[in-house]
Design a protein around this ligand. Structure first.
Ligand SMILES: [Zn+2]
Length: 266
């Protein structure tokens, strides 16, 4: 785990934060909610086979634990693409209190008191914050989104639409499946090299007939290439599959699971 990361336990609630982010935020774990069965206990997904009422109660408890307004929770819709949307007042509550009207794996905002939430259970959720302009974002990336450049794209949208500054922007890559556990066939490294060029080669290791891809390493590189200062790009270092006692891992559960959230709120 990166030295700036903290494991926070408050009652039944367990989540991770990063000391570099001076705003309300969290990477949630399985713990702190009311869901039962394969989604026990803090599932934040409505499409995981959980009771809707339990998921809503989980959001209420999460909001209470983080001191944010539950009515203003605004969610990503994750389809492994690279669309980035700006959350204005008309979009607040999307996905929880308003029908989802976008297909955006990343959302960004300058609005205060608006918790943004992206989801993970092996994928990389990155929280972004610019202290100079007080703007924030959350981006979800599996290997497709990472290869498609969703992280630099999110930076571009924050700069172009919200006035964020690359020099001060901070990005924290959350708990996600890491290279030692992320075994793939040749299609994944091939697709990544097609999109990102030979620069990804140092992040791909061959192991027999399989490949192990360092998604976080690629994410860090892409963010630095996008103009972020090296010290402002933080890889949490937590593997969801190695720590599947605390996190849902899509691979460890073979997909029978709840889903965690990466939340940030100005
Ligand atoms: Zn692992």
């Amino acid at each position: 785990m990166h030295r700036s990361m903290c494991r926070v336990q408050s009652g039944p609630f367990v989540y991770y934060t990063c000391r570099r982010l001076p705003v309300r935020h969290a990477f949630t774990t399985k713990y702190g909610g009311v869901s039962t069965g394969h989604c026990e206990s803090l599932n934040l997904g409505f499409s995981r086979g959980d009771e809707e009422a339990s998921v809503r109660e989980n959001y209420r408890r999460l909001a209470e634990a983080l001191g944010v307004d539950e009515k203003r929770f605004t969610l990503t819709r994750q389809i492994h693409e690279t669309e980035v949307s700006v959350v204005g007042e008309e979009q607040v509550g999307m996905g929880l209190h308003r029908p989802m009207a976008w297909r955006s794996d990343a959302i960004v905002t300058a609005l205060p008191d608006t918790p943004l939430c992206g989801f993970y259970a092996d994928c990389v959720v990155t929280l972004l914050y610019d202290p100079a302009t007080h703007t924030a974002g959350v981006a979800h990336a599996g290997w497709r989104g990472m290869a498609g450049g969703i992280l630099p794209k999110t930076v571009e949208v924050m700069v172009a639409r919200l006035g964020a500054r690359r020099e001060s922007l901070i990005a924290v890559l959350g708990p996600s499946i890491r290279q030692e556990c992320f075994e793939t066939d040749a299609d994944v490294p091939e697709a990544m090299e097609r999109l990102l060029g030979v620069a990804v080669r140092p992040y791909i290791r061959e192991k027999g007939a399989k490949f192990h891809v360092d998604l976080q390493g690629i994410g860090v590189k892409l963010l630095r290439d996008a103009g972020l200062a090296p010290e402002n790009v933080i890889d949490s270092g937590l593997c969801t599959m190695c720590h599947s006692d605390e996190f849902w891992s899509h691979r460890a559960t073979r997909g029978v699971r709840g889903v965690q959230g990466g939340v940030i709120c100005l």
